[in-house]
Write a protein that binds this ligand. Structure first.
Ligand code: ADP
Ligand code: MG
Length: 359
């Protein structure tokens, strides 16, 4: 099926600064795509180009197979919801929602009816006549969504829409958004800095760095198989060992490190073995004090950090490198570890992931 949106070699420069460069993406009808990346990586600029608020310096953006070059925002049906919401303070709730229909010349009675039905759908029908400044943050969020959806666009662009909400409300709005997206079959392109939002909601995740797409894939694929060191570090809680692979007596690949030889996964690409590689081991794949697995390093406990129901343990290996291990809090209780205590950390070679080392 034809992608609803096709981004072809898109670049955006401000003066001689390239904010977005070499971006190629195809986004399917009804897909939920999340875009992540550090601050300044070009996420908003990319979204603004899709919305028609900025023109690409190079390349093109096709909507339903047609170039959007020269099309104003209201001519392309790709509305945007911002963190700041940008509601009109001088219009009440229902007038805000009607606005897009008014711009399109929809008659008054019909636009009122359609706006009210969207307010009902988002469970804020009773606030139709309120002023915007009489609403809570979550209610305003719903008004902004209704305003964007009232024209029933094929694509909705969302730029960190939940980041101003508290954690509880944000989780509730995540559910509202995913349900709406499934029901309506609208394509969502959702910029967020929150890993949990992106990984919970999206069909595919794009990771951007310095204006480029570093990786695009299903959440699980990105999590299990980061394709670059940037992605592995961006996701956090990954351990990265760098070195030159060699063949062991058993025919398998090994990495020589300051902590001895580490066994590489059997599916590591042999084509990478002619140079340095990064071996990536996710913090939640390492077991402490358990039966020894293929890779086992004697360590000391340096510190711990509680992150909700799980805990990050910071260790130092005998070779002097840092290691982070993540486990559920309950599991830590069973270990009764003292700071400075010696403990073995081990993982199965199959849980490692090997990429070519960069610089
Ligand atoms: P993100 O949303 O990923 O944080 P942005 O797309 O907002 O990043 O910005 C990417 C880069 O482009 C940043 O360095 C930003 O300062 C720059 N930039 C964005 N808009 C403009 C503009 N209108 N003029 C000059 N530089 C800009
Ligand atoms: Mg931004």
């Amino acid at each position: 099926m034809e992608p609803v949106l096709k981004i072809v070699d898109v670049e955006k420069s401000f003066g001689d600064f390239r904010a977005v460069t070499g971006v190629n993406l195809e986004i399917g009808r009804g897909e939920f795509l999340a875009i992540m990346g550090s601050s300044g990586s070009g996420k908003s600029t990319l979204l603004r180009m899709i919305a028609g608020l900025e023109a690409p310096t190079k390349g093109d953006i096709l909507l339903n197979g047609r170039s959007t070059r020269g099309l104003a925002p209201h001519e392309r049906d790709t509305p945007m919801v911002w963190q700041s919401l940008a509601l009109f303070p001088f219009l009440n709730v229902v007038e805000n929602v009607e606005f897009g229909l008014k711009m399109r010349g929809v008659p008054a009675a019909e636009r009122r009816r359609r706006a009210l039905s969207w307010l009902e759908r988002l469970e804020i029908g009773r606030f139709a006549d309120r002023a915007i400044d009489e609403l809570s943050g979550g209610q305003r969020q719903r008004v902004a969504l209704a305003r964007a959806l009232v024209t029933e666009p094929p694509v909705l662009l969302l730029d960190e829409p939940l980041s101003a909400l508290d954690a509880h409300l944000s989780v509730r709005m995540q559910a509202v958004l995913t349900n709406l997206q499934r029901e309506l079959g609208i394509t969502f392109i959702y910029v967020t800095h929150s890993h949990s939002e992106a990984f919970a909601m999206a069909d595919r995740v794009v990771i951007m760095s310095e204006g480029r797409v570093e990786q695009i894939g299903a959440p699980k694929e990105i999590y299990l198989r980061p394709s670059t060191r940037f992605v592995a570090e961006f996701l956090g809680s990954n351990n990265i060992f760098t070195g030159r692979p060699e063949k062991g007596a058993d025919g398998g690949g090994y990495l020589r490190t300051g902590d001895g030889l580490l066994k590489l996964p059997a599916d590591a690409d042999p084509a990478l073995f002619d140079g340095e590689v990064d071996l990536i081991v996710s913090a939640d794949r390492i077991v402490l004090g358990g039966p020894s697995q293929a890779n086992s390093l004697p360590c000391r406990l340096i510190g711990e950090e509680f992150v909700g129901a799980s805990v990050n343990l910071y260790l130092e290996t005998e070779g002097g490198r840092d290691l982070v291990v993540q486990m559920p809090q309950r599991q830590l209780d069973g270990l009764s570890l003292q700071r400075g205590a010696a403990i073995g950390a081990s993982w199965s070679d199959a849980d490692g992931h090997v990429i070519r080392a960069t610089s």
